[in-house]
Design a protein around this ligand. Sequence first.
Ligand SMILES: *Cc1c(COP(=O)(O)O)cnc(C)c1O
Length: 340
Amino acid sequence: MRTLDLRSDTVTRPTDAMREAIAKAEVGDDVYGEDPTVNALQARAAALLGKEAALFVPSGSMGNQASLRTLTRPGDVVLAGEHAHILRYEGGAPSALWGVHVKTIGDGGLFDADDVRRAIGPDDAHVAPTTVLTVENTHNFAGGRVFALDALREAANAARDCGLGLHLDGARLFNAVVATGVSASDWAAPFDSVTFCLSKGLGAPVGSVVCGDAARIRAVHRARKLLGGAMRQAGLLAAAGLHALDHHVERLADDHANARRLADGLTALGIRVDPAPETNMVMFEVDSAAAFARGLAARSVLINPIAPGRFRAVTHLDVTAEDIEDLLGRVGEIVREIRS
Ligand SMILES: *Cc1c(COP(=O)(O)O)cnc(C)c1O
């Protein structure tokens, strides 16, 4: 039985065309600023996001943390939606590296302007200063949900009015772009720094990009050095990123359609899907979670549990519509097996 791997959109392997782009890449030493392919990727990313400059980094976590470094001082409070990646999945970096704490606001990853205003303490010598608002879009743990653009703008304005810096963790920004038709530059406009991943739904093997104004990106560049993230002939990786931006953005719509197909099929099998997928993630709940997980393993299906009784399936470049039908057939067997 072919393994169906829906653990994450990070499990994709480079396509033959992407490997060809990698093989042909012109490279140089990027520490000297001499890698033409890295420079091209950075220029392309900055233009796409409507920012002055961009910096290629090895991971989204490094992009987020290098950005936070430039926006905070030790003792600061950083606001983020619940279950934010920067808080849960980056090794405790905000406190371990920069001495800042993260305070979560809103519900399930999304929030509004009032949540932002309420979270900011008075400007008083006794109160920890809140200096940054971060937004995750799409929101991973919330099930790939897209932040409503109006709510995002209002929250960003509220933060600005209170003097906060703004960072967008756009690991899956292009999923939000394709799901809504709102451009990457419109999504990025309110923010000082924006990270997006090439290695998620876009299907590149490695890499993320941070975008911002020129001064911000100079500061992020310093922070990348501090974190050991300077790379040499990184054009090999940047070539994959450029190829992904050329060929793998519009096709994210296929992943979103496959997620809806999967959600509909699971619902038809009596499985609770919540929320309805907006992008490439399907969150669902089953009663007999242990038996369900054993059934998945026995049928070579890889789907991660993310909370007791709750699973997250992620569609991506290496999952076709036929794979979804195949998967639903296997899940149907598991459901019948558990019932009998
Ligand atoms: C994957 C991800 C990142 C970055 O992860 P890396 O594995 O460090 O590239 C950041 N934010 C979100 C929401 C993510 O899903």
